[in-house]
Structures are given as structure tokens and as C-alpha cells.
Design a protein around this ligand. Structure first.
Ligand code: ZN
Length: 249
């Protein structure tokens, strides 16, 4: 099923998407009697995580295009939750950067608290589902700083959505990112250096994953600069398209 977070009647709702309809749910994701139509609500970011854990250099060709080696174990960093926006919201280029780039990614949304997942346990049982994420990056700032926090965490730098898809085999799906309709990134999740199940287990050994937490699984090659007026779309096969326009502050 597809799960949406939305704003309607002055509050946040969670619902199951069926075509143009959204059935509002309780916190256990059971349908209520409340039905909304897509054009009656504002879709929010598909997750409201306590943290966004990102995996750097998880596609060999992307590591190479930035002049980096593929790491021996997953390279983790965090994006500030305050950088999260929904599809349809604008990515705002901050005055501090002259090189803001898109990174289209498959994102994992955690369903159950996960800590120290054992080698004999299926890590995917802690996953609620999957969505699209744009790991927007101020590349000049990322390069200038010792670590990634500032270049990855400006407000609006983390579009997530449009929905969380709960029944998708993501071992080999296409991930694309286009700018103004032209495809710039085009990869498959089967090209990941560290696959999904490995990542969830590995991260659970470093920090407790909470329900709603998001893991951005890395970006294929083809990252490029965004300009004001651009429209950037991240599409994951089987999930949908996350679309954001770009503007200045
Ligand atoms: Zn990334």
C-alpha cells in the first residue's frame, strides 16, 4: 500500500492512498471512515523522522565522479530534520553556496524501533517502506568543510515523498533524477555497494533507529548543479515521482 502524510482541516493526517483518494488512518495504520480527495489536502513530506541517516558513496560510479574511493564500510552522515520539505515545495538556494546539486535517492522509512539487529535476523522486518528523497547538497561547502553537516542541512535540502510504498521489492529498481525533464541520473538499486538489508543492520549497530526514521541509500552518478527556475524530479520505479522547483531565498 501507499501511505501519505497530509495536511487537512488544520491538522496532520496519515492515510492510505488509493488512486485519487486518501483513506485517513489511525496511528496503527488502520483505516477510519474519513475519506479525502487528493486535491482537498496538501501532501506533506512522506516521513517525519527523528533523524535522516545518509549513506555516502554507495554507487561506485558516483564515488568516481567526485574523485573518491568506494568506502570499505558504509560512510554515514546525518541531515538535519529541519531541512525536510514535501514534494511541491521549493528547494531554496542559500546565499552561502554557488554550487547546489541534486542527489536522487531511494529512501528507507523505518517501521519499528531497531537496535543491534543480529546477523541471523531479517533486517527488512524493521522497514515500513520506501520513498524518494533528494539529498540536495551545497557541493562547494561540503568540499570546504571537514564534514558534511553544513553542506547537506540547509533548510529545504531534504525533499521526501510523495508516498511511502510498503510492498515493493527494492533489490533492483530504477532510480532517476531529471532537471527540466532531462534525465541527469539514471541508476538501479542493484548497483549499490552496500545493499538495503546490510545498511539497516549496519546502522542499527551504530545508533537506535526509531519508527519514521529515514535512511537515504546513496545516489547514482550524474549529479549536477541546480539553478533558480529549474524543476527537479526524483523518480523511483514502483513508488512515484518527487517534484520540486528551485528558487532563491
Ligand atoms: Zn546522497
Amino acid at each position: 500500500m501507499k501511505i501519505a502524510r497530509f495536511w487537512a482541516n488544520g491538522q496532520v493526517g496519515i492515510g492510505i492512498v488509493e488512486g485519487e483518494e486518501i483513506w485517513e488512518c489511525d496511528e496503527r495504520l488502520q483505516k477510519t471512515q474519513v475519506l479525502w480527495y487528493m486535491d482537498e489536502v496538501k501532501l506533506l513530506a512522506a516521513a517525519a523522522p527523528s533523524k535522516v541517516v545518509c549513506v555516502g558513496r554507495n554507487y561506485a560510479e558516483h564515488a568516481a565522479e567526485l574523485g573518491n574511493e568506494v568506502p570499505k564500510s558504509p560512510l554515514l552522515f546525518l541531515k538535519a530534520p529541519s531541512s525536510i520539505i514535501a514534494g511541491g515545495d521549493n528547494i531554496i538556494i542559500p546565499s552561502q553556496s554557488s554550487q547546489v546539486e541534486h542527489e536522487g535517492e531511494l529512501a528507507i522509512v523505518i517501521g519499528r524501533r531497531a537496535k543491534d539487529i543480529g546477523d541471523d535476523e531479517n533486517a527488512l522486518k524493521y522497514v515500513l517502506g520506501y520513498t524518494c528523497l533528494n539529498d540536495v547538497t551545497a557541493r562547494d561547502i561540503q568540499r570546504a568543510d571537514v564534514q558534511f553537516t553544513r553542506g547537506k542541512s540547509f533548510d529545504t535540502f531534504c525533499p521526501i515523498g510523495p508516498f511511502v510504498e510498503t510492498e515493493l521489492d527494492v533489490s533492483d529498481v530504477r532510480v532517476t533524477c531529471s532537471v527540466n525533464g532531462e534525465i541527469r541520473q539514471d541508476g538501479r538499486t542493484s548497483q549499490m555497494v552496500f545493499p538495503i538489508e546490510f545498511l539497516v543492520r549496519y546502522i542499527s549497530l551504530q545508533m537506535t533507529l526509531m519508527p519514521g526514521d529515514v535512511i537515504a541509500t546513496g545516489t547514482p552518478s550524474g549529479v549536477s548543479k541546480l539553478e533558480p527556475g529549474d524543476v527537479c524530479e526524483v523518480t523511483v520505479e514502483g513508488i512515484g515521482t518527487l517534484k520540486n522547483a528551485v528558487s532563491t531565498a
